[in-house]
Ligand binder design. Structure first.
Ligand code: G
Ligand code: G
Ligand code: MN
Ligand code: NA
Length: 257
C-alpha cells in the first residue's frame, strides 16, 4: 500500500527513467533496435524492480498513465537518435495487457507518433502470449489497427504461454521473442535446444522475425548462429543501459560484436 502511494506520485516527481537494451543482428554485425525497460528510483524505497511495481500499477490502473509515459519517452528518444545518427534504430516498448485492452490505445499510439515525429516502422510493441490469447477475435482487430499504423508487434517471452498455433497464423504480428528460459541451458539441454530450433522453424514458416533473449555466453550464441537465428538480445552484448551509455554504444557500434 505504501508502495502504491509512492507510485501515484512517481511520474510527477520525475522518478522514472527508461533504460535501453540493444538487440543485435549478428549476421550484419550491428544494433538494429533497443528494448525500452522502465526503471523506478523512489527516495523512500530506493530502486524498485518493474517486476515488483508493474503488477501493482496494473491492479490500480496506474499502468495506463505509466505506460503512456513510457511510450512517449521511448518514441522521443528513438526520434532523437534517428536525427542524431541517421541510423534507423527501432525501439521496442513492453505493453501491459491492461493497456492493450483499452479501446483508446490505437489513437494514443497515433498521437504519440505524430507528436514525436517518429516514423511508425521504428516502433515495435511487445505483448505477451497471455495478453493476446484471451479474447482472440477482438485482439486480432486491435492488432490489425496497430499494424495499419505501420507499428510492429512482437510476442514477448514466447514459449512460456499458451499460444494456439492456429491463432498465431491469424495474428498480424512481426516477431517472436524466444523466452530466455529456453536459452539459459541451450548448450547443455538437448530438449531446450530442440524447443528453440522448433520455434525458429515456426517463425520461418510463418514469415516472422525471431529473436533470442537472455543470451549470456558465446556458447549460446554459437548454437543460435547454427540455428540461423541472427537476432540476439542479452548480457553477452549489453545489459540495459541508460540513454547516455546506450548512446556511447551506438557511437562505437563497430566494436560491439
Ligand atoms: O528489465 P527488468 O528485468 O527489470 O524487467 C522486469 C519485467 O518488467 C519484465 O517482465 C519486463 O517486461 C517488465 N517491464 C519492464 N519495463 C516495462 C514497461 O515499460 N512496461 C511494462 N508493461 N513492463 C515492463
Ligand atoms: O519480460 P521481458 O522479456 O520484457 O523482460 C526483459 C528482462 O530481461 C529485463 O528485465 C532485462 O533486464 C532482463 N534481461 C535482459 N537480458 C538478460 C540476460 O542476458 N540475462 C538475464 N538473466 N536477464 C536479462
Ligand atoms: Mn520485453
Ligand atoms: Na521477454
Amino acid at each position: 500500500l505504501e508502495l502504491e502511494q509512492e507510485l501515484r506520485k512517481a511520474i510527477e516527481n520525475n522518478e522514472f527513467a527508461l533504460h535501453y537494451q540493444p538487440q543485435i543482428d549478428v549476421s550484419a554485425d550491428k544494433i538494429v533496435s533497443v528494448e525500452a525497460l522502465i526503471r523506478w528510483h523512489n527516495p523512500k524505497h530506493g530502486f524498485v524492480s518493474p517486476a515488483e511495481f508493474i503488477p501493482i500499477a496494473e491492479e490500480t490502473g496506474l499502468i495506463i498513465e505509466i505506460g503512456e509515459w513510457v511510450l512517449k519517452k521511448a518514441c522521443q528518444q528513438a526520434k532523437f537518435w534517428l536525427d542524431e545518427y541517421g541510423s534507423e534504430y527501432r525501439v521496442s516498448v513492453n505493453l501491459s495487457s491492461v493497456q492493450f485492452k483499452r479501446g483508446s490505445l490505437v489513437g494514443y499510439i497515433q498521437k504519440v507518433l505524430k507528436e514525436t515525429g517518429l516514423p511508425a516502422n521504428l516502433l515495435e510493441l511487445e505483448l505477451t502470449e497471455s495478453a493476446i490469447m484471451t479474447d482472440v477475435e477482438e485482439n486480432i482487430i486491435r492488432l490489425q489497427q496497430i499494424k495499419e499504423l505501420g507499428v510492429g508487434i512482437a510476442i514477448d517471452d514466447f514459449g512460456t504461454g499458451y499460444s494456439s498455433l492456429s491463432y498465431l497464423k491469424k495474428f498480424p504480428i512481426n516477431t517472436l521473442k524466444i523466452d530466455r528460459s529456453f536459452i539459459t541451458d541451450i548448450a547443455t539441454s538437448a530438449d531446450d535446444a530442440a524447443i528453440v530450433k522448433a520455434i525458429i522453424a515456426l517463425a520461418e514458416t510463418l514469415n516472422l522475425a525471431v529473436i533470442a533473449e537472455g543470451v549470456e555466453t558465446t556458447g549460446q550464441l554459437q548454437i543460435l548462429r547454427g540455428f540461423n537465428c541472427s537476432l540476439i538480445q542479452g548480457y553477452l552484448f549489453s545489459k540495459p543501459l541508460n540513454a547516455n551509455d546506450l548512446e556511447a554504444l551506438l557511437i562505437n557500434e563497430s566494436h560491439l560484436v
